[in-house]
Design a binder for this molecule. Structure first.
Ligand SMILES: Cc1cc2nc3c(=O)[nH]c(=O)nc-3n(C[C@H](O)[C@H](O)[C@H](O)COP(=O)(O)OP(=O)(O)OC[C@H]3O[C@@H](n4cnc5c(N)ncnc54)[C@H](O)[C@@H]3O)c2cc1C
Length: 301
């Protein structure tokens, strides 16, 4: 197969955080078949969707990375929707609206792919990607087999799916969406966009969405605000002045800047409330000793 591959590729412009990190081998399959072929033949590869929830190490990744962005077919069959992993959820949301199908209104405001959103069980405004999901087709990296998993099999929870524990790569997902009034869907999408505009940084300020997950029955943003996190800054990274659970790369931040800032935020909440926040953003790549140490602290429960 003639699969597009780039060597020593800087992933900066594909990521919402815009941190430079050189990837030894970056693959761009154009179809699900090419993606499966790569998953069958490469060992130890990393899969990335729209890179809106990852921090790539500034020291890069001496690894094979597969970007799914070109595996982006979508098909509508009455209320059923089939979408490949690399499709941007914003596109899925707009097309569902055109077909008078509800349930994807929350997807309009943020830059995930279908695969990344299923992996993370992305959600917002009381809706989640798991709500109307029927099946996901996944590639099991352990057995190198393709499986069809039902919603129950996927064991969705807050920012959680079984894919995270079982080395499952999401190839595609099928949904059954409720028929709805187009104007109503559009109104919901507009109000979701307005909410984001008022409460979250736009992508013109490079960020990765929420940095930490919400602890049970509380909000990471509230806790971080209480401990004065909005004042914090390390190198080219700072906490957003309007919401304390966002980090902005405002001046060529490195992964080291961002991790050290996360550690300051984490320690302040731990010291003041005895709560250990858990990162929502996923840090990947060749970690320096210092970064390895910080990530280990941040990942402890
Ligand atoms: C401005 C902004 C706002 C955001 N708002 C929200 C929000 O409201 N709600 C929310 O839930 N999230 C939000 N996010 C975070 C992010 O969009 C989600 O976590 C999203 O699900 C990540 O999808 P992605 O395709 O970008 O994944 P990536 O960042 O590319 O990858 C994230 C993880 O998913 C894995 N992955 C990617 N594709 C696949 C696949 N096909 N199969 C298996 N694993 C895969 C990667 O290996 C990685 O571990 C926001 C981010 C930004 C930048």
């Amino acid at each position: 197969m003639d699969i597009d591959v780039k060597h020593n590729f800087d992933a900066k412009n594909l990521t919402s955080f815009k941190v430079s990190g050189i990837i030894e081998n970056a693959y761009f399959p154009k179809s699900k078949e090419e993606l499966i072929y790569l998953l069958e033949t490469l060992d130890n590869s990393v899969i990335l969707g729209n890179c809106s929830n990852v921090l790539i190490s500034s020291d890069g990744l001496r690894q094979d990375v597969i970007f799914t962005k070109n595996c982006n077919k979508i098909e509508f069959n009455n209320e059923k929707v089939y979408a490949e992993c690399g499709l941007k959820i914003q596109m899925a949301s707009k097309l569902a609206c055109e077909h008078c199908l509800g349930g994807f209104e929350f997807m309009i405001g943020f830059p995930a792919s279908i695969g990344g959103a299923v992996f993370m069980n992305a959600s917002a405004q009381g809706q989640a990607i798991s709500d109307y999901l029927l099946f996901a087709e996944v590639f099991d990296l352990n057995t190198k087999k393709v499986l069809n998993l039902s919603k129950d099999d996927l064991k969705f929870d807050y920012r959680k799916s079984i894919c995270q524990d079982n080395n499952y790569i999401v190839l595609s997902a099928e949904f059954a969406l409720p028929k709805s009034d187009k104007a109503e869907i559009q109104n919901k999408m507009n109000s979701n966009l307005e909410f984001r505009h008022n409460h979250q940084p736009s992508l013109a300020l490079p960020n990765c969405g929420s940095v930490f997950k919400n602890p049970k029955n509380d909000s990471a943003g509230r806790l971080l605000d209480k401990v004065g996190a909005k004042e914090l800054c390390v190198g080219g990274a700072k906490v957003w002045e309007h919401h304390a659970n966002f980090i902005i790369n405002y001046d060529h931040a490195t992964s080291n800047d961002i991790l050290n800032l996360m550690l300051l935020m984490y320690n302040k909440v731990d010291e003041n409330f005895g709560i250990k926040l858990s990162p929502e953003v996923i840090y990947i790549g060749d970690k320096s000793e210092d970064e390895e140490k910080i990530w280990k602290i941040l990942k402890q429960k």
